[in-house]
Design a protein around this ligand. Sequence first.
Ligand SMILES: [Zn+2]
Length: 162
Amino acid sequence: MKKELKNRAKTSHELKILQNYEDRKNLFESYLKQYEELSFICASCGYPTINKPASYEVCSICEWEDNGYNDNQLFRFNHATHEPLTLFEYRINIGEQILSEPKTFFDAKNIILSIKEYENKFDIILEKYYSKKTTKKDKSICEQNFQNLKKELFDNLKIRLK
Ligand SMILES: [Zn+2]
């Protein structure tokens, strides 16, 4: 971990979150490289959720909008997101939620498969949401389905990490 980044962590708890991010990122990076998979690591959560870097894709796990920021822009606000937080804050927030997951039993292959499967499901919901024929009531059902699916993905990742 970069020294500067280490110094910005206010507590040992934050430092642990940042270290977990590094571990996740390194694990998935080496997996993607080994199997020549065309996915990219999200700069906020460390999961391989990005299909095309710096193209404002929204991560299905942490909702970071990938504007191309990396560790060099950690403390700059992301104006592309609906929540104006820095990448550092995103990383801490999502890291907080996944901190309890044991990282020693990472199963990179299955996690990647799971993410892909869920991305397709998210796409179907979004397509319906943005369709001209969709009524206001349908939209609210879509939103609910989206949230449920997100929760399911999260639980699914946790199981795969055990
Ligand atoms: Zn993410």
